[in-house]
Design a binder for this molecule. Structure first.
Ligand code: NDP
Ligand code: OXD
Length: 308
């Protein structure tokens, strides 16, 4: 029974060592050293091609090496293969840090001060207490919940929005499309932590921005495909939105002449909000393979019909 790893080679070398030491019963194979392809039951990859899948006749589970699975064309993955995304503490902690940083930067007017400094202007803005700043998170999954819990420690007023009803301590939760206007009306800072699916594609658009309070700000840490870029630029230029922190774009990287690079109200980072951490992720993968060998549920199993 073998696991084939085909992704970042540096992480692969770390995982090979860890599997050798902690899960010797799992035959870890690092692409391109595949050995006999018929032995491979598990594949860990960021993306796959139909040819690769077709070459693995006994594949049972495809593990995404990241938290999202939108980079995989699930229609190309045969139905009998389970798809599992990465749910591991390293990704969660990275996202909690980044979302805290972005929220605090917007809350404390750092985009304004960045511009003022560049212009040698001393331009203080009145401080808003955290309890009077309303933060809303779209997506109450593994990451959205963890982010809200940490933001709660600063005293912000918190709300969240998901597809099905959820409960998170200290957070006003909304669910479904019909609850979206009420949710958005209470977000001074809106954080997108949704998976990219057919339903969520383009969700950060003019209609959404219009439902936010005037001067609200946006943090997009989901996927570039969530955002309608021209609608964001129009909302910033009209003053409807006051700023945006964007970690994800479509495409990645952005072309050099893209307006986001130089927009004074946009803080752009190159998809670094969070990263799979090799050690903690390897242990989650080992745990999942052991669960699967025993016929038990795995952490992060994707529901194909929902796309996440
Ligand atoms: P989860 O699958 O755990 O959570 C997804 C949440 O989104 C759930 O609450 C779900 O609702 C909600 N949701 C899904 N579709 C809809 C919809 N149509 N309307 C309303 N809510 C919806 O995902 P994670 O928290 O683990 O990750 C979220 C995303 O973060 C990833 O898919 C990835 O795109 C992004 N990410 C970005 C990183 C970066 O570095 N920028 C790093 C890691 C992840 P329900 O609870 O009802 O199921
Ligand atoms: C992920 C990501 O999905 O890095 O893990 O965005």
């Amino acid at each position: 029974m073998a696991l084939l790893y085909k992704a970042d080679p540096v992480r692969g070398a770390t995982w090979q060592k860890l599997f050798g030491a902690e899960a010797p019963e799992i035959d870890f194979r690092h692409w391109p050293d595949t050995g006999n392809l018929a032995d491979i039951r598990y594949l860990a990859a960021w993306t796959v091609t139909p040819d690769l899948l077709a070459s693995l006749p006994n594949l049972e589970v495809l593990f995404s090496t990241g938290a999202g699975v939108d980079q995989l064309d699930l229609t190309q993955v045969p139905d009998h293969i389970q798809v599992v995304r990465m749910v591991e503490p390293g990704i969660t902690e990275g996202m909690v840090e980044y979302a805290s940083f972005a929220t605090l930067a917007l809350h404390r007017h750092m985009l304004h001060y960045r511009k003022a400094q560049a212009e040698a202007r001393w331009a203080p803005i009145k401080l808003v207490p955290a309890k009077d700043r309303r933060i809303g998170v779209m997506g109450l999954g593994n990451l959205g919940r963890a982010v809200l819990t940490r933001l709660g420690s600063y005293g912000f007023a918190l709300s969240g929005w998901s597809r099905s009803p959820q409960q998170v301590d200290g957070v006003t939760c909304h669910a479904g499309a019909e609850a979206m206007p009420a949710f958005l009306a209470g977000c001074d800072i809106l954080i997108c932590l949704l998976p990219l699916t057919a339903e969520t594609h383009g969700i950060l658009c003019r209609k959404t921005f219009d439902l936010l309070p005037d001067g609200a700000a946006l943090v997009n840490v989901g996927r570039g495909g969530h955002l309608v870029e021209s609608d964001l630029l129009a909302a910033l230029d009209a003053g409807k939105l006051s700023g945006a922190v964007l970690d994800v774009t479509e495409p990645e990287p952005l072309p050099n002449d893209h307006p986001f690079w130089r927009h004074p109200a946009i803080l752009l980072t190159p998809h670094v909000a969070s990263m799979t951490q090799p050690e903690s992720a390897a242990r989650v993968l080992m745990g999942n393979i052991r669960q699967h060998r025993q016929g038990l549920a795995m952490l992060g199993t994707v529901t194909r019909g929902r796309g996440y």
